[in-house]
Ligand binder design. Structure first.
Ligand code: SAH
Ligand code: SF4
Ligand code: F3S
Length: 454
């Protein structure tokens, strides 16, 4: 019998991946899916029917940890019933922490495969070993051994894609776990990124989002020794035919260069949107967070961005209740938020992360104070978002259509250049296209529109 026929006779194992956390994790999950599909496994959207269940975990806040353990616990019964026929794998940022591994070993010994963020590309091998040796697999490295190129990925969208340009983080903000779970900064070679994006555009991708914890500190070096910074990379990518939009996530204010700000003016393909996490408005808190900028210098950056690109949309991340935050510190945050006028913001209650410097502080802010401040902040942000959105009414915006709307019947949803979510009605077949939409209404979190003439 020929080998191909034999493969067909074997039941194809199905897998399901649940992803917690940020775009890095989402993209890692796309890579895991790509690798498994290449090995002949089949992806399924139904976790309860999958032969292999994978959890890609996040450790950024405590509730992320809790949600994961809660969901994992629900599988114990199935594992007991099905034994070796059912495989449970866990990976991602939580697995880079020893106390989590200890907890898994003691309370969830039935988990089959555990691997860290640096070992992702070994997943097919770990599964082979599990099935051949019938022995649980654990593979965690402290740090990465360089960058693994050319991994396949199963994209969520045909027309847009994430592209990692760098890994890790060197900033050690005093509240944050990421430098411990993702290791030190490593930049990919510019030519590797360019050829990946070229391949993606040949496959129908019109928009790429360049990913890194702090893309502004990208330090690329080509094989021939030529250096490229983040803005150089953007200009290289802008040359690629078929690529229409370039986005990036995330940039640290301390490294936002004049050169990048200028690119918002001169590079048409660079989307007019920046996510610029401020975290807090008080200089005292910013210093203790180890952010290396002040409220004033942040406002100056915003000013420069708006002078270079008056239409630019700006979003941010803010943490409420960092240890030692007083009412007056918090008011500095509110004032900064009012001055900037954000298009949107992600707001977080400070969460103690074991092993980070801020976790050891004794002046933790009481939960009820955090919540009260949080609510005041959200109110401020929402009114700013609603106002920014209202200004779009009457404008015609180019919208990249993602697919059918999740919020409205018989409608599409897509994003403007400035990353505003738009719901609009239109004829069949618009998915993946960039179309003009006249904005007719605005809510706090989205816009409503109608298809306009080209
Ligand atoms: N590298 C990105 C942020 C990645 S984490 C950057 O620096 O911009 C995303 C956001 O989670 C952070 O911007 C921060 O606002 C929030 N965050 C990180 N650690 C946190 C913690 N311990 N408690 C609450 N929020 C936290
Ligand atoms: Fe965390 Fe700061 Fe690095 Fe962002 S820059 S990932 S907040 S340490
Ligand atoms: Fe979470 Fe890791 Fe991202 S901790 S936010 S998944 S880098």
């Amino acid at each position: 019998m020929e080998e191909t026929n034999l493969t067909d006779l074997i039941h194809k194992k199905t897998f399901n991946i649940t992803t917690f956390g940020c775009q890095m994790n989402e993209h890692d999950s796309e890579i895991m899916a790509g690798m498994l599909i290449e090995k002949g496994y089949e992806q399924t959207a139904d976790r309860s029917k999958a032969d292999i269940v994978i959890f890609n975990t996040c450790s950024i806040r405590e509730n992320a940890d809790k949600r994961f353990f809660g969901t994992l616990g629900q599988l114990k019964h199935r594992k007991e019933e099905e034994g070796d026929a059912f495989t449970v794998c866990v990976c991602g940022c939580m697995m880079q922490q020893q106390h989590i591994i200890d907890q898994l070993k003691s309370k969830y010994p039935w988990v089959d495969v555990v691997y860290g963020t640096h070992n992702l590309h070994h997943l097919p091998e770990l599964l082979d070993n599990l099935y051949e040796e019938k022995k649980k697999q654990l593979e965690i490295w402290d740090d990465a051994e360089g960058i693994v190129e050319n991994l396949p990925a199963k994209r969520l969208f045909k027309h847009k894609s994430f592209v990692n340009i760098m890994y890790g983080c060197n900033n050690f903000c005093s509240y944050c776990i990421v430098p411990y779970t993702r290791g030190r900064e490593r930049s990919r070679r510019p030519e590797d990124i360019v050829s990946e994006v070229r391949r993606l555009t040949l496959d129908g991708v019109k928009e790429v989002t360049l990913l890194g914890q702090n893309v502004n500190s990208y330090k690329g070096q080509s094989a021939s020794g030529e250096a490229a910074d983040f803005t150089d990379l953007i200009y290289m990518l802008a040359e690629i035919e078929g690529l229409e939009r370039i986005r990036f996530m995330t940039s640290h204010p301390k490294d936002l260069s004049d050169k990048l700000i200028e690119a918002f003016r001169t590079c048409d393909k660079l989307c007019k949107y920046i996510h610029l996490p401020v975290q807090a408005g008080s200089d005292k808190v910013l210093k203790e967070m180890n952010r290396k900028y002040t409220g004033q210098s942040y406002l100056e950056l915003v000013d420069k961005l708006r002078r270079a690109c008056p239409d630019i949309a700006i979003s941010t991340d803010i943490i409420v209740g960092f240890p030692g935050e007083t009412e007056s510190d918090f008011e500095d945050t509110l004032n900064l938020v009012r001055k900037v006028g954000y298009d949107s913001a992600f707001t977080f209650l400070y969460s103690v992360r074991q092993g980070t410097p801020a976790a050891a502080r004794e002046d933790q802010v009481p939960e009820e104070v955090k919540h009260e401040r949080f609510n005041r902040l959200v109110e401020e942000i929402n009114s700013s978002s609603a106002e920014k959105n209202k200004a779009y009414i009457g404008r015609v915006e180019k919208v990249l259509v993602d697919g059918v709307s999740r919020n409205r019947d018989n409608a599409y949803e897509g994003r403007t250049d400035s990353f505003k979510l738009v719901n609009f009605e239109g004829p069949e077949g618009l998915e993946g296209q960039i179309v003009p939409v006249r904005i007719t209404g605005a809510n706090t979190f989205s816009l409503v529109g109608q298809l306009a003439e080209e």
